[in-house]
Design a protein around this ligand. Structure first.
Ligand SMILES: O=S(=O)([O-])[S-]
Length: 121
């Protein structure tokens, strides 16, 4: 939330992520592959959807989405945060969702790498 109108960056910092993790109205999606999640676990507070299937999952019926992810399906105005390992794949998914009309999609650019490092501090 930088208040600069049209020129919002839609990039999320670690501190902003910490706030979002406490907010049930924000959907955090870890878009890494299953193999990576098996190795590290998913980002706390997130649901896991591999990058290639995010758009498909957002096409599920509301109740199917809820059943599968135990979170409400976001609408085009919902705040969505995407995270991967280092911000590249999540940026690609961010663009894809923006093209589909999702207006409030953020990239946690630091991704799992930053998250993991911060936990060691
Ligand atoms: O996770 S990554 O695409 O930034 S390497």
């Amino acid at each position: 939330m930088d208040g600069s109108g049209d020129k919002k960056s839609f990039i999320l910092s670690y501190e902003e992520l910490l706030q979002a993790q406490k907010n049930n109205n924000v959907l955090i999606i870890d878009v890494r592959e299953q193999k990576e999640i098996n190795e590290t676990g998913k980002l706390p507070g997130s649901i896991h959807i591999p990058m290639g299937t995010v758009a498909n999952m957002l096409n599920l019926m509301d109740d199917q989405f809820k059943k599968q992810f135990e979170k409400s399906k976001p609408n085009k105005d919902s705040k969505i945060i995407l995270s991967c390992k280092s911000g590249m794949r999540s940026a690609a998914v961010q663009q894809e969702l923006q093209k589909l009309g999702y207006q409030n999609v953020y990239n946690y650019a630091g991704g799992w790498s930053e998250w993991e490092n911060k936990q060691k501090c």
